[in-house]
Design a protein around this ligand. Structure first.
Ligand SMILES: *Cc1c(COP(=O)(O)O)cnc(C)c1O
Length: 376
């Protein structure tokens, strides 16, 4: 059996080796390493896949968030609402731009931000909301969009973990994660659902003027070569990575199906274990299972993790600390007692291996080890 890993990029590569190698070779032969035709081709392919007007590729997901916030004209002092239970990048760029991150609680079962928690955090300085579609499932966007409309706020969707997930509105309309708010931001970090072989990212929007602004900021603030309208950044997706992403995008739906099959296997295997809470599927969102995250009850998370490790099975804690408890974001306005859900999650969540190449043997071994821990 292939050793169990959180993500198995090697086995995945071997299955599409011919296509990927050809794309890389083509790039080497044509040497258009920066802004080659593959970049534009990828942007168009992703526009079609997402059903969005503009995809603007950039260097990584963190840049995508930063450029989006710059393009929306957010200014120092503006407040931006962000979940406290997420990866650091989301809040980091807010602070870096001199904006004020305002952290909010999340839902115990879906791990996502909720409109009611966002609403209590809105002040007259609030300018934007950043819902993160955590672990592969959409935050509940309909009430969040209603709130944004009511208070005239921008919505920046962090879809780094949920590219491809679909959200269904109450009128039956279906939209892909990241295409609902003002702008969507994603990452093509190798372990993400659509990962390249290095760093990469993108922003998407249906707003023509915003798209133009984003393109300009990502390209040194220039509208025309050597004419700089504003201070921008240099953030590009390499041609080589775009070539690889063009190949992998064709497999993305199949990859999501493999991840769902693994998740269903785990759900079934753990359904009788009262010491575990399996991840809840929201009725109005599909799940692309960037992570399969359990809540381990009764303070047994670390013991289960150690037990799995003894059996050669990796697992990870996403995330061990709420963002407000990170040294970088220390601020006395945040009190742990105001965030009981985030506190509970950080001490009880455990993510199991989930990727596109899991075999039944591996799933069986992992499930047996988990089940064994609870029946011992
Ligand atoms: C990975 C990730 C990012 C940042 O992406 P990079 O490409 O690593 O900069 C941002 N937000 C979330 C939720 C992520 O998981």
């Amino acid at each position: 059996m292939v050793p169990i890993q959180m993500v198995d990029l090697k086995s995945q590569y071997l299955k599409i080796k011919n296509e990927v190698d050809a794309a890389i070779a083509h790039c080497l032969e044509t040497t258009a390493f920066i802004n080659g035709p593959q970049v534009k081709e990828f942007a168009q392919n992703l526009e079609k896949y997402l059903g969005v007007k503009h995809v603007i590729p950039c260097a990584n997901g963190t840049d995508a968030l930063q450029i989006a916030m710059m393009a929306l004209g957010l200014k120092p002092g503006d407040e931006v609402i962000v979940p406290t239970f997420t990866y650091v990048a989301t809040a980091e760029v807010i602070a870096l731009l001199g904006l004020t991150p305002v952290m909010v609680e999340c839902d115990l079962h879906t791990f996502n931000v909720r409109a009611e928690d966002i609403e209590t955090a809105i002040t007259d300085k609030t300018k934007a909301i950043v819902p993160v579609h955590l672990f592969g499932q959409c935050a509940d966007m309909e009430p969040i969009m209603a709130l944004a409309e009511k208070h005239n706020l921008f919505v920046i969707e962090d879809t780094a973990q949920a590219l491809g997930a679909e959200y269904t509105f109450s009128d039956g309309k279906v939209m892909r994660a990241g295409t609902i708010g003002s702008v969507g931001c994603t990452s093509f970090f190798p372990s993400k659902n659509l990962g390249c072989y290095g760093d990469g990212g993108a922003m998407y929007t249906n707003d023509d003027a915003l798209a133009q602004q984003i393109r300009m900021i990502a390209n040194h603030g220039q509208s025309k070569k050597y004419y700089h309208q504003m201070v921008g950044v240099n953030s590009r997706l390499d041609t080589l990575q775009a070539g690889i992403l063009n190949v992998k995008l064709k497999h993305l739906d199949r990859y999501a199906a493999s991840r769902n099959a693994a998740a269903t296997y785990y759900d079934n295997a753990f359904s009788g274990i009262s010491g575990l809470q399996t991840p809840r599927r929201q009725a109005n969102s599909t799940h692309v299972f960037h992570q399969y995250t359990l809540m381990v009850k009764d303070g047994k998370r670390d013991a289960l993790k150690a037990h799995l490790e003894k059996n050669g099975i990796p697992s990870m804690v996403y995330y061990p600390l709420p963002l407000y408890a990170q040294e970088a974001f220390k601020n006395e306005k945040y009190k742990p007692e105001d965030f009981p859900v985030a506190e509970a999650l950080c001490s009880s969540v455990l993510s199991l291996p989930i990727h596109t190449e899991m075999t039944d043997d591996q799933l069986n071994l992992i499930s047996t080890a988990v089940t064994g821990f609870f029946s011992a």
